[in-house]
Design a protein around this ligand. Sequence first.
Ligand code: BJW
Ligand code: ZN
Length: 244
Amino acid sequence: MHDKHRHVREIIGKAKHIAVLTGAGISAESGVPTFRSEDGLWKNFSASELATPEAFIENPRRVWQWYGWRRGEMLKAEPNSGHLALVELEKRAKAFHLITQNIDNLHRRAGNANIIEIHGNAFRNRCTSCRYLFSDDTCDFEKPEPLPVCPECGSPARVDVVWFGEPLPQRELETSLDVAAHCDVFLSIGTSANVYPAAHFPIMAKKQGAILIEINLEQTELTWQADFSFLGKAGEILPKLIGL
Ligand code: BJW
Ligand code: ZN
């Protein structure tokens, strides 16, 4: 094992409070497309064109079809060795928080408990009128049937995720800021770190004295600020850093 891997393994082993931020890259090895890669495109639309309240107002069926396609991809996927390494890390850590931008449920299915879903969950719907929340894993929105409606009031429902220009859920945001302020090790894994406010969390943690570790296939905006950067697949690097 490289010295850098061993050194970071020791840092992680001695940490009092570990915070982790994950992005689409951690689920890529499970076959879930990331946002800003070619396979993340759906019918030539990019995420920035579809993950907006304006796109939903303009064409709700198109946005539902996109989530239907993505729900299908997410349901086909199984947690990978990166997800499983984080389950083991949670078991071993004194204090542990997993902040995820992913809506795919794979951290929960892997077995993590302390998960903060800052961009929501693809398998939960929210009423656009009364905000009632209900689970749903329907995938097929191609048919001309009515789109999901609220079981309480009958108004149109949407997926309970955070689109561009929308605020993050208050409690999840506050917890994430608190975690970033108090952790001593912060791991940023498989995120391009260019969507805010999530991209601020690692920088905040570093400013407040945490050791910042990044794992990504390629360099990001965050890399130059990281104390340790590992270029490669999360599913290969994470198990080594945790000692599996
Ligand atoms: C691997 C790998 C492997 C691949 N191993 N690595 C400050 C500055 C500038 C702009 C803003 C700012 N503050 C706010 C903004 C605006 C905006 C924003 O950030 N825009 C930027 C694009 C510039 N932010 C917002 O609008 C946010 N809201 C907000 O700020 O509200 C303020 C407000 C307050 C009060 C009232 C009203 C408003 C909301 C952002 C919501 C983002 N939503 C989405 C969709 C969620 C639902 C869904 O999934 O459908 O979240 S967009 C999309 O991007 C999704 C993701 O969670 C998010 C991040 O993407 P992620 O995970 O990083 O994926 P990728 O694809 O970008 O990167 C994958 C990475 O993995 C790559 O780096 C690969 O190399 C790597 N990789 N395989 C390791 N095996
Ligand atoms: Zn309702």
